[in-house]
Design a protein around this ligand. Sequence first.
Ligand SMILES: CCCCCCCCCCC/C=C/C(=O)SCCNC(=O)CCNC(=O)[C@H](O)C(C)(C)COP(=O)(O)OP(=O)(O)OC[C@H]1O[C@@H](n2cnc3c(N)ncnc32)[C@H](O)[C@@H]1OP(=O)(O)O
Ligand SMILES: NC(=O)C1=CN([C@@H]2O[C@H](COP(=O)(O)OP(=O)(O)OC[C@H]3O[C@@H](n4cnc5c(N)ncnc54)[C@H](OP(=O)(O)O)[C@@H]3O)[C@@H](O)[C@H]2O)C=CC1
Length: 294
Amino acid sequence: MSGLPVPPPLGTAMLPAGTFAGQVVAVTGGGTGLGKAIAVEFARLGAAVAVLSRKPEHHAKGVAAIEVVGAKAGAFAVDVRDPEAIAVAFDEVEAALGPVDVLVNNAAGNFPQPAEDISPRGWRAVTDIVLDGTFFASTEFARRARAGGRPGAVLNIAATYAWTGGPGTAHSAAAKAGVVNLTQSLAVEWAPDGIRVNGLAPGLFPHEDVPPQMRADTPEGLASLARTVPAGRVGSPHELGWAATFLCSPYAAYLTGHTLVLDGGNWLRRGLRMPDFLPVREQFPPPPDAKDRS
Ligand SMILES: CCCCCCCCCCC/C=C/C(=O)SCCNC(=O)CCNC(=O)[C@H](O)C(C)(C)COP(=O)(O)OP(=O)(O)OC[C@H]1O[C@@H](n2cnc3c(N)ncnc32)[C@H](O)[C@@H]1OP(=O)(O)O
Ligand SMILES: NC(=O)C1=CN([C@@H]2O[C@H](COP(=O)(O)OP(=O)(O)OC[C@H]3O[C@@H](n4cnc5c(N)ncnc54)[C@H](OP(=O)(O)O)[C@@H]3O)[C@@H](O)[C@H]2O)C=CC1
């Protein structure tokens, strides 16, 4: 299988240089993985970028990656589940970099587990981070943009299982479905204020920062994961950066309420004859150090 062509390499620009010059972009979870790749692409296009997340080691990674491309960066401690902490973080971003023009709701928590094994606190942790966090940060952003008479863009990172559900993802998929739906409600409410709200749904984008159960660590593991995708490969994080910057750019000025799927055709791969069905417990056996919840 040859699949689709490979993407241009990291560092190749899609939008004109300076597309986000003079703008401030806040990326929740911007210190790791896909959020970091998105933050870097905005930085490359001239934005000052704020990383909003909990852990100092992630702040340092994000700021270093943004500064390497010559952009202004700042990191701000916040748990997106706490609306008051979000307000404080926005105050801090404004003081350090200026008012936020673009918000990327990328922060997420996830761990694959059969639904009936997810504890109430585990359910709440995932759904609060993904759905409530997206709502709290978006509304804080919109209140400020509207008060300042500024237009803006919000980008919500979803997942393709938001539409299908899937084994091991009851909490995450339900929350991401809420995010896709919220994207539509906020888009129609805020369009008159010049605030666009779109979504971006990644397929398989393995990288070193996701928890071990969601990584493919070996070349063989990666190759076998790639064979599951119609396009014959997994995604590269910088491809998400291109899609994210496009959706928030003036080239998408008339686009709002849309969630773009970027997955090499993976969520459409269902055939008339599928491979043998594998129950969730065989797909995600508990890790050896798992807590006994019986
Ligand atoms: C086979 C190869 C496949 C390769 C696939 C490639 C990539 C596929 C990617 C698929 C889609 C990915 C979507 C994503 O969202 S990736 C993002 C993942 N990133 C993270 O999750 C990072 C941040 N995560 C966290 O901070 C935590 O995991 C957590 C979400 C739980 C939030 O942390 P918090 O500090 O608030 O919570 P606690 O640690 O206090 O825990 C709260 C309760 O949750 C339970 N818990 C936590 N982790 C697990 C686990 N791994 N398994 C089961 N339960 C867990 C914890 O026990 C607490 O509950 P209890 O008090 O009842 O014990
Ligand atoms: N990787 C993939 O293949 C896929 C990823 N996605 C989505 O892409 C996005 C990025 O995921 P990815 O980069 O892979 O995963 P990571 O685990 O690398 O990123 C998650 C980020 O969220 C931050 N975060 C977690 N909880 C909180 C919180 N309570 N408050 C603030 N920040 C928080 C973390 O920072 P900190 O710990 O410092 O708080 C971390 O930087 C997520 O929305 C995910 O659901 C969707 C489909 C597939």
